[in-house]
Each structure stands twice: as structure tokens, then as C-alpha cells.
Ligand binder design. Structure first.
Ligand code: PHE
Length: 360
């Protein structure tokens, strides 16, 4: 019988050095598997004399047991080490307060602006912007509102303070987004098709008015644009935006210095029980002013009104947000009350698209 000590020492050393379960299993097969080193030696017992067998048998069995025990011990040690490592890295302090979860929401005004932009982008309108602090000329004169025009008083304009003796024309907080019509045509000329969303300011405060609110201006100038195009665009917009069957619009003849003819548009709604609902009831809420751009406005930006014509409109973003989402008081939009924001806010990742659903 050969000396078992080298086999024993080698096998035990390898087991002790094995780094994972797979390595241990490979060593077990190499030693004790069907064709393993020790198994083959045991098979050799049959060819031995009874004397030899009496000596070798117990020694081989003892070695087999020792190797099995070493394997079990190594496996356990590896398991302990893995557990120790996890315990080291994956601990949790249960005495800490719960981690804050993301709580911000998209304000209904931002949501509605995105919805409006998505709808008009589909109709081929680009987005334009202008400053909130305007000169008299852009906010009034260029829009055919002369200094004596009553509209200057009607608009409840906020004038910027001027230094003593400063005779330059006053700056104003823009009272509407219409000055963006002027700025856009000055810079880009015609034809054009834009919407211009943004903040506007008027000294007014009640359930449906706040001193700062949001409008978006629409402007389409080309050679053959008519009032019929205006009406179609507005109806198309309302159908897409309100996502309800049977939104009813009312076009009312009106007057703006910068359009001729002019129309204001109201939408049928109900305030019953403090709830604001569209498409039903006997009330009407005004949502926009509109009309065909006045020739004087085109002339103010050097566009020939004999060649070019088009429509413009200005719509209240907060108003249509109130109507669509049933929010009865405009003042709450700007109170920054967290409970209100959580209730009416939108999830940050739900970007409105026409194909994916505007407000879904
Ligand atoms: N600027 C007008 C307002 O704020 C709305 C309007 C825009 C009307 C464009 C006609 C054309 O009331």
C-alpha cells in the first residue's frame, strides 16, 4: 500500500485554499468522485491480500472521512465569510427616520403650458417668448393703443417706478402677451405661425383674477388667412385640450385696438355646488380674446397689410387649467400651499404628448 500522506497533505491544502463552492466541489470529485483519486485506491482493495486489506482499508476510510470533514468545514467557513461581508456592507440603521421620497409635483400651470405647446406644435406653431418688463411702445403703441386710448386705463397697468426727472417712456409689466407678436415679426418677419406663453400682470384680484397670471398668444400671418381659419384652430384646440365630448364655445363680437374684426370666446361651464365643470350648466367663462390682426399693427413692424393678413388670439392659461381640472379658485394657484400642490399637481415624468394622452 502506497504512502497516503502526500495525497492527504495535497488534498487538504487545496481544500483549505478553495475560494468558492465550485472549487470545493471540483476538489471533492477529484478525490472522492467515481473516478476520484481515493475512490480508485479503494477499488484497489479487492486485489490485495487479506492482510494488506486489513491495514489499508481503515486508513483509506479514515482519509475519506477526513477529506469529507475538511470539505464541510471549508464550505461553512466560506458561508460565514460571505455572511460577514454582507453584514458589513448591507446594514440598515433602523433608528433613523424613513428616507424622504420624491415629493415634488408639476404645477397645473406648467402642465397646461406643456399640453398647449404639444397641441399647437401638432398644428405647425412654433414657440416664442418675450420679456415680462416691456416698454410702453411694445405693450401699447405698436399694438395700436395710443396714449389716449381708454384700453390703457382698462388694463390696470403696473408702471415701473422712474427716477426723479427721468423723462424716458415708462417701462410696464406687460399686461398681455401681445407684445410678443410685435417682437417676433420684427425679428423674423412673415409668414409666421407662433404661440407665445408667459406671465402677464394686471392690478386685479378675485376668484378668477390674480395680479400675475399666464396667457399665451397665438399669431398666424400669411397671404390668405381668414377668420374661418381662426375659428377652426380654436375649436380644434379646445377639442384636443379638454378631452371631453361636447365642449361648447361661444364667439362674441368684441373690440381690441389691435384686431379687426375681434371676438371673445367663452366656454360653457357650471359652478354648481362650488364645483367647476365644463360642457354643462348655464354659466360661461371667458377664456380668450381674438381677431384679425389690425393693418396698423402689421405696418408698425414694416409688414405690408395689402399682402399679408392673419389672426391673433390671447388665451388665459390659468383659466383653462381651472376649467379642465375643476379648480374653482384661481388665487389658490399662487398660494404655494403644499396640500393644494399635492392634490392638483402632476407626476414629474408624465410629459403630455398627443399620442400618449395629454393628461393621462
Ligand atoms: N391681448 C388681449 C388680452 O389680453 C387678447 C388678445 C390677443 C385679443 C390677441 C386679440 C388678439 O385681453
Amino acid at each position: 500500500m502506497q504512502d497516503l500522506e502526500p495525497v492527504r497533505a495535497r488534498t487538504l491544502a487545496r481544500i483549505a485554499a478553495a475560494g468558492d463552492e465550485a472549487a470545493i466541489e471540483a476538489l471533492r470529485v477529484a478525490a472522492l468522485g467515481k473516478k476520484g483519486e481515493i475512490s480508485l485506491m479503494m477499488r484497489g482493495l479487492g486485489k490485495m491480500t487479506p492482510d494488506e486489506r486489513r491495514q489499508a482499508g481503515p486508513r483509506l476510510n479514515a482519509l475519506k472521512d477526513e477529506i469529507n470533514a475538511a470539505i464541510a468545514a471549508r464550505k461553512a467557513a466560506l458561508g460565514d465569510a460571505a455572511l460577514a461581508e454582507r453584514l458589513e456592507t448591507e446594514w440598515l440603521d433602523v433608528t433613523l427616520a424613513p428616507r424622504p421620497i420624491a415629493q415634488g409635483t408639476i404645477h397645473p400651470v406648467s402642465q397646461v403650458m406643456e399640453e398647449v405647446i404639444a397641441i399647437f406644435a401638432d398644428l405647425g406653431f412654433a414657440v416664442a417668448e418675450g420679456p415680462q418688463i416691456e416698454t410702453d411702445w411694445y405693450n401699447f403703441d405698436a399694438l395700436n393703443i395710443s396714449p389716449e386710448h381708454p384700453a390703457r386705463q382698462e388694463m390696470d397697468t403696473f408702471y415701473m417706478a422712474r427716477a426723479e426727472g427721468d423723462e424716458r417712456p415708462a417701462h410696464v409689466l406687460r399686461t398681455h402677451t401681445s407684445p410678443v407678436q410685435i417682437r417676433y415679426m420684427e425679428e423674423h418677419g412673415v409668414p409666421c405661425r407662433i404661440i407665445a406663453p408667459g406671465r402677464v400682470y394686471r392690478c386685479d384680484y378675485d376668484q378668477t383674477h390674480t395680479p400675475m397670471f399666464h396667457q399665451y398668444e397665438g399669431l398666424a400671418i400669411d397671404r390668405e388667412i381668414s377668420m374661418a381659419n381662426l375659428k377652426w384652430v380654436l375649436e380644434e384646440f379646445c377639442r384636443a385640450f379638454f378631452e371631453v365630448e361636447g365642449v361648447e364655445l361661444r364667439f362674441r363680437a368684441s373690440h381690441f385696438p389691435f384686431t379687426e374684426p375681434s371676438a371673445e370666446v367663452d366656454i360653457r361651464c357650471s359652478w354648481a355646488g362650488g364645483q367647476l365643470k365644463i360642457g354643462e350648466g348655464d354659466d360661461w367663462m371667458e377664456i380668450l380674446g381674438s381677431g384679425m390682426v389690425h393693418p396698423d399693427v402689421l405696418e408698425a413692424v414694416g409688414v405690408d397689410p395689402k399682402v399679408w393678413q392673419g389672426f391673433a388670439f390671447g388665451m388665459g392659461i390659468d383659466r383653462i387649467a381651472m376649467l379642465k381640472y375643476g379648480i374653482p379658485d384661481l388665487r389658490a394657484f399662487f398660494d404655494s400651499d403644499l396640500r393644494w400642490l399635492r392634490h392638483y399637481g402632476f407626476a414629474a415624468l408624465d410629459m403630455p404628448t398627443l399620442h400618449g394622452g395629454l393628461s393621462a
